[in-house]
Design a protein around this ligand. Structure first.
Ligand code: G1P
Length: 284
């Protein structure tokens, strides 16, 4: 299975940090966000990845490319650990790029992947969303997809006040973690929302989605929404995956993600805990 990583959004919820750099390149703890996303695809067994970029996103391509000057300098100064790390980033997978020429929404971005996908089911991992779990989220979804034999998307229960940030599903519970989706609505108000089960940025889609995207009219924000296109697929299942989603789409969520992911690192956990305790006791 191939993966598609949309990373073409403008990052307006994160200005000024994203004025001259892609939000997908903002580091969470010690790595750019999109590196976590590519690593998730790779550890799910995917080695063909298409990243959808746009204007001002060139640093994403540079990040996954070889950097000969840097490698030369690290080799000469005996920094072999760093060298290995840098080389591993560019050797991870076959990464391809396509540019979305105009920011017309997530559905439109996905439509640029049609030729690369070539008629097979494919995974979508949003480039600004990190999923942390024992079994990679995309791998869990792939397993569910092969069982359900239909498009399967990751869903997560969200608190009422966050509903309006997400696509929300209406569905009936099919098994412990699987819902059969009856309808979906992109960014509804709390009053309009059919549930608090949110679409969380990981999808396995059948290639028919491309035909449905073509027929979709601009929706929320005047954009071509993937959620609207998925509504007319024959069947879609929602999978409550075992793990945690970090959506770094705004400053506070990004900050929390960095702290939580740093707390998972054996080398910094104790020092960071101590520092956080000190900050809280000083009341600042
Ligand atoms: C997109 C999708 C939305 C989904 C969300 C997850 O919205 O359109 O359905 O719930 O990602 O992060 P965006 O955050 O790009 O506005």
């Amino acid at each position: 299975m191939k993966a598609v990583i949309p990373a073409a959004g403008l990052g307006t919820r994160f200005l000024p940090a994203t004025k001259a750099q892609p939000k997908e390149m903002l580091p969470v703890f010690n790595k750019p966000t999109i590196q976590y996303v590519v690593e998730e695809a790779v550890s799910s067994g995917i080695d063909d990845i298409l990243i959808i970029t746009g204007k001002g996103k060139r640093s994403i391509e540079d990040h996954f490319d070889r950097s000969f000057e840097l490698e030369y300098s690290l080799r000469n100064s005996g920094k072999t650990e760093n060298l290995r790390e840098i080389e591993a980033i560019s050797d991870m997978a076959d990464i391809y790029y396509v540019r979305q020429k105009k920011q017309k929404g997530l559905g439109d971005a996905i439509s640029t992947a049609k030729n690369h996908i070539d008629g097979e089911p494919f995974a979508v991992l949003l480039g600004d969303t990190i999923a942390q779990s024992k079994v990679p989220c995309t791998k869990q979804l792939m397993d569910a997809f092969y069982k359900c034999e239909a498009s399967t998307i990751a869903i997560e229960r969200v608190p009422d006040e966050k509903i309006e940030r997400y696509g929300i599903i209406k569905g009936t519970q099919f098994s412990d973690s699987v819902y059969k989706i009856e309808d979906m609505v992109e960014k509804p108000s709390f009053q309009e929302a059919p549930s608090n089960l949110a679409i969380t940025g990981r999808y396995i889609l059948v290639p028919e989605i491309f035909d449905h995207i073509k027929d979709v009219k601009p929706g929320v924000g005047g954009e071509i929404q993937l959620t609207d296109a998925m509504r007319s697929l024959d069947a879609v299942y929602g999978y409550v995956f075992d793990g945690k989603i970090y959506d770094i789409g705004n400053t506070f969520e990004w900050l929390k993600s960095s702290i939580e992911i740093a707390l998972m690192d054996d080398n910094v956990r104790d020092e960071l805990k101590q520092y956080l305790r000190e900050c809280l006791s000083k009341g600042n």
